[in-house]
Each structure stands twice: as structure tokens, then as C-alpha cells.
Design a protein around this ligand. Structure first.
Ligand SMILES: *Cc1c(COP(=O)(O)O)cnc(C)c1O
Length: 388
């Protein structure tokens, strides 16, 4: 089988000269961190998603940690999330000493199933952390209704969904707090970085406190002196640098064009693969517009006659960077030793067995997509031929 000359990764940033200029300009400026670029970047994200406030963090995981702090999550609380996500979505609750409860996924959207959230609410439940897996929005309206009825806080993990839409609105204005990540594979990048957006002023104040050691300057400055500050709670140094914020503001200008390109490429994948036996293309919930962070297919081994592992290895051998997102979080040794057992979320586990991520990022060409599909078809046919 033919092999690509260059490895095609599953995701990659797109940095242009304008981005580089923005960072270099900041390097020559008086502020390398906590300067004017931070506020500008925060404002650009808040304005884009239609939220009142945004607080930038060193990375998305730190941002989730901050949101859990602002929500008041503590020892003895339960936090409900999905197992089909990056470990940070549940780790942030562990940082606060809370217990994580995993709700199963919907078999069509692969996102957390609101009905299973309802089943898993107890007197100890404090918060829900739904994830917009692959960029497809979770059913946030339904989840918010469940949360209001039960007085729970909703922290939406939108690491995949900056730019995605739910019922015509950008992700970021519906939940109590929403996290966006700016890791290089994510919709836009700051190398490392994260943001929490919220419409709640109290959360906003707590997020700022937590990001910088729990230190505040107001309201004490006047009665003391200009030098005075107080540490009022145990916070962290979770600040983003001005270099990163400069890159972020420059990247935000490209978000819409990146989204457009991701959607074109995803549509092309779907068109080319819809008739391949044993391959299930992702389906979209009505009234949503995915950000297409990932293109995740399901492989039905009974039809293809090849296991996910065989297909994965053959694709990698052809220099195509397929991947698997995600291993159910509670299967990891850290969670296993806390008592979680296999079988907890059967739909998620069955889904995982057949999941394969195909490369998708704005800089890819149509030819790249065709090449991936062609290689996949060849891999599937190979087996059929050797079987005969
Ligand atoms: C990337 C990611 C995070 C964490 O973001 P970082 O910026 O890498 O810390 C959290 N949740 C999900 C679903 C992610 O994909």
C-alpha cells in the first residue's frame, strides 16, 4: 500500500506571519505577563461567544480547576461528567476533593446523556461538567433545566467547541461557566492556555482571585497604601503570559475561517465515507453546528472483518495519524484504584471499542481527506482479498 511522504497528524495549529508579529511585538514591549494583552484577549473571547466576562488561565485544565473553585465544589460533593473525554474534565473535580460520578453517553451524539445525568443525581451532587465532545455541542438546554431543578452548577467543558453553535447561539453563554482550551490542536491556540467565560459576576471575581494566589488589591488599598495587598484564600499562579494572549487575540481573528474550513473538510469526509460498509460517520444533533474539533468514526468489526487495532496500525503504517479519542476515563489506574469498575457506562465502553479519529484541521487540503479515505478503503479491502 502507498505511504504518504509526510506524516499527517490528527490535528495541528495554523500560525501565520501576523501571529508571529503579534508575539514579537509583545516581546519588545514592557509587559511579558499580566499586561494589556490579557484583557484584550479576554474581551475578544467574551465578545465572540456572547458572554459578559472571560478570565484567561495558563491552560484549560487550570481554567477548569478555577471554575470548580468558583462553583464552591468541595470534599464530599459529587460532580457528574462523561467518561468519553480528556481526563482533565473529571480531574478538576478531584483537585477539590470531590467524588466524580460518570454518566453514560448518548449512542448517536457520543455526548453525555441528560437522562443518565438525572438518574445519577443524589443529595451530594454539586455540579455537572458536560463536554462538547468532538466540537458537537452537548444538550445544554436540557442539562441547564436539570441543573436548575436540582440547584446544581454547570461547567461546560468547551475545549473542543469554541466557535460551535447550539440553537443558533455560540457555545459559551448558556452554562454557568464554560471553559475553552487553547492547546495547539484546539480550535485556536495560545500554545498553552485556557479561558473561563461566564455571565456571573461572583464567579468572575472568584476566578480572578484563584488565578493569582488568592491575592486581592481591593478594597484595602485606600485605607492602607499603594503597596498593600491581601491574600484572602489559597489560590495558585495560573496566569497566562502576555505573549500567549497576543497570539490568542491574533488567532481569534481567524476562528471563523478555521471553523468554515473544518466544516468543509468534515462534510467531505462524510460524503466520501457514507457508503463504506462497516464505517459509521458521525451524526449531528438537530439545531447544532459542530466545531468539528475531531472527526470520529465507528468501525463495525463484524462488517469490516478488521479490528480497530488492525485498521489503526495499517493507517499509521501509511503515515496517516489516526488516533483514538478517548479511553473511558474511569478505566485509568488512578480512577480504578478509587473503585470504579468496567461496565459502569456500557454505551461509552461499546462506543470506545469501535472509535477511530481521522485527521482533521484547517490546514489540511481536500486531497489529504481523499487520501485518508482512499487509504482507509484500501485497508478494508486488503483484508477482504486475503480472506478469499
Ligand atoms: C484539551 C482538553 C482539556 C484541557 O485543556 P488543556 O488546555 O490541555 O489543559 C480539557 N478537556 C478536554 C475535553 C480537552 O480536550
Amino acid at each position: 500500500m502507498s505511504k504518504r511522504e509526510q506524516f499527517l497528524p490528527y490535528g495541528q495549529q495554523w500560525i501565520d506571519n501576523e501571529d508571529i508579529e503579534a508575539v514579537v511585538t509583545t516581546l519588545r514591549s514592557p509587559y511579558l505577563t499580566t499586561g494589556p494583552n490579557i484583557q484584550q484577549f479576554e474581551e475578544s473571547v467574551a465578545a465572540y461567544v456572547g458572554a459578559k466576562y472571560a478570565v484567561a488561565f495558563a491552560n484549560g485544565t487550570a481554567a477548569l480547576h478555577g471554575a470548580c473553585y468558583a462553583a464552591g465544589i468541595t470534599v464530599g460533593d459529587e460532580v457528574i461528567t462523561t467518561p468519553i473525554t480528556f481526563a482533565a474534565s473529571s480531574n478538576c473535580a478531584k483537585y477539590m476533593g470531590a467524588d466524580v460520578v460518570f454518566a453514560d453517553i448518548n449512542k448517536d451524539t457520543y455526548n453525555i446523556d441528560p437522562a443518565d445525568i438525572s438518574r445519577k443525581i443524589t443529595r451530594r451532587t454539586k455540579a455537572i461538567i458536560p463536554v462538547d465532545f468532538t466540537g458537537q455541542p452537548c444538550e445544554i438546554d436540557v442539562i441547564m433545566d436539570i441543573a436548575r431543578e436540582n440547584q446544581l452548577v454547570v461547567i461546560q467543558d468547551g475545549a473542543h467547541s469554541l466557535g460551535a453553535e447550539y440553537k443558533g447561539k455560540k457555545i459559551g453563554s448558556q452554562a454557568d461557566m464554560t471553559m475553552f482550551s487553547f492547546h495547539p490542536v484546539k480550535p485556536v491556540t495560545t500554545a498553552e492556555g485556557g479561558v473561563i467565560v461566564t455571565n456571573n459576576e461572583q464567579y468572575y471575581e472568584k476566578l480572578k482571585l484563584f488565578r493569582s494566589h488568592g491575592i486581592t488589591r481591593t478594597p484595602y488599598a485606600e485605607e492602607q497604601g499603594e503597596w498593600y495587598y491581601e491574600m484572602v484564600d489559597l489560590g495558585y499562579n495560573y496566569r497566562m503570559t502576555d505573549l500567549q494572549a497576543a497570539l490568542g487575540s491574533s488567532q481569534m481573528k481567524k476562528l471563523d475561517s478555521f471553523m468554515k474550513r473544518r466544516r468543509q473538510l468534515a462534510a467531505l469526509y462524510t460524503e466520501l465515507m457514507k457508503d463504506i460498509p462497516g464505517i459509521r460517520v458521525p451524526s449531528q444533533l438537530a439545531d447544532t453546528n459542530s466545531g468539528w474539533h475531531l472527526y470520529s468514526i465507528q468501525i463495525d468489526q463484524e462488517v469490516t472483518g478488521k479490528s480497530r487495532k488492525q485498521i489503526f496500525e495499517a493507517m499509521r503504517a501509511a503515515n496517516i495519524g489516526v488516533h483514538v479519542h478517548y479511553i473511558p476515563v474511569y478505566w485509568f489506574p488512578f480512577y480504578k484504584q478509587l473503585g470504579y469498575e468496567k461496565g459502569l457506562c456500557p454505551i461509552a465502553e461499546q462506543w470506545y471499542a469501535g472509535a477511530l479519529t481521522l485527521p482533521l484541521y484547517p490546514k489540511m487540503s481536500d486531497e489529504d481527506v481523499k487520501d485518508v479515505v482512499h487509504t482507509l478503503s484500501t485497508v478494508l479491502q486488503d483484508r477482504m482479498n486475503t480472506d478469499e
